[in-house]
Design a protein around this ligand. Structure first.
Ligand code: NAP
Ligand code: GLV
Length: 313
């Protein structure tokens, strides 16, 4: 049997993944392109994929596991040819959670202490000390309290921030005010100084952050989107910034990536643009996550981090 390794990446990136995976999984046969004949297709036992193109996973009769190297799997689920009865696992890696916690902490702290404004002042040689509330006086709302949102909430709470978290089902996390449902969302949005989005992109959450949700946010609050660009209605966000209702936005993800040169976000004074680098998969640790799931598959143990396809995450 073979393992299929597929991604939309450079040869150098693919070779790095392959060498780390080979170190974790010696003695495996690897295929590095969608099989071009029936014998190769029949030999594929598991596919390890990074944002594969639609159709790449079709026609593999003996496939038993699809392991995504990405945490978010919305593009995989949009592929109408994705085999329906094969378990789909997503990337969950403590190193990724740690990176996300660092990015969120940097953004929340920079907003709380006014450092983005100070950075802009430097371009004008302007000496002005910003208002700096204490962390405990600054409320952060996490939209999504899963692997990433939960880790971010804990990191922010440990730094003394007032933290709320909103999820689909009721949750309980020490030091975090846990909210759910429409009433919980309204309460969270109205109280937060900064809203950090870490929802998965699903039918329910596409364009979730729209004019109505921005209006429900406290005047002068900021948004940090670390999840997916399609969570945000970009025109509504620009209107909320331009009206002065929202103070600032930090965006790591966009409807179109790379962000087109002509996009207003690049030059908008209230927008900080990151190139989808909040928490990249680290092949060094992710390779062992892949090994663990393959071992589980072969030993009949429970597979980890399975996607609930009906829910979309
Ligand atoms: P996860 O573990 O699946 O957690 C998802 C969270 O969102 C859960 O708390 C879930 O609620 C909540 N949720 C889902 N649908 C909801 C809804 N309709 N209403 C309210 N809450 C809802 O996902 P994760 O690992 O934390 O990852 C989140 C997303 O981050 C990924 O899908 C991906 O898009 C993005 N991401 C971005 C980067 C980057 O570099 N920018 C890196 C990795 C991932 P329950 O707890 O009730 O299920
Ligand atoms: C990155 O955005 C991921 O989903 O892993």
């Amino acid at each position: 049997m073979s393992l299929l390794l597929l991604g939309r990446w450079s040869d150098a990136e693919r070779d790095r993944w392959l060498s780390l995976l080979q170190a974790e999984l010696p003695n495996e046969q690897w295929l590095l392109a969608p099989p071009s004949n029936a014998a190769d297709a029949a030999a594929v036992e598991a596919a390890i994929v990074a944002n594969p193109a639609p159709g790449w996973l079709a026609g593999l009769p003996n496939l038993r596991l699809i392991q995504s190297l990405w945490a978010g799997v919305e593009r995989l689920l949009q592929d109408a040819t994705l085999p329906v009865n094969v378990p789909l696992a997503r990337m969950v890696d403590p190193a990724m959670n740690e990176a996300m916690a660092q990015t969120a902490l940097w953004a929340a702290l920079s907003l709380q202490r006014g450092f983005f404004d100070v950075q802009a002042q430097q371009l004008r040689c302007e000496w002005r000390q910003p208002a700096q509330p204490r962390a405990a006086e600054w409320r952060v709302l996490l939209l999504g309290m899963g692997e990433l949102g939960g880790r971010v909430a804990a990191a922010l709470a440990a730094q003394g921030y007032a933290v709320s978290g909103w999820s689909r089902r009721p949750a309980q996390v020490d030091g975090v005010s846990c909210l759910h449902g429409d009433a919980g969302l309204a309460q969270g949005l109205a109280q937060a100084d900064v809203v950090i989005n870490l929802l998965p992109l699903t039918e329910q959450t596409r364009h979730f952050l729209d004019a109505g949700r921005f209006a429900a946010m406290k005047a002068g609050a900021s948004l940090v989107n670390l999840a997916r660009g399609a969570h945000v209605v970009e025109a509504d966000l620009l209107a909320a910034l331009d009206s002065g209702h929202l103070r600032r936005v930090v965006l790591d993800v966009f409807e179109q990536e790379p962000l087109p040169q002509e996009h207003q976000f690049w030059r908008h004074p209230k927008v900080t643009v990151l190139p989808h680098c909040a928490a990249q998969t680290d092949p060094r640790s992710a390779a062992s996550v892949v090994r663990a799931n393959l071992q589980a598959l072969r030993s009949g143990a429970a597979l980890q981090h399975l996607v609930q396809r009906a829910q979309g995450y």
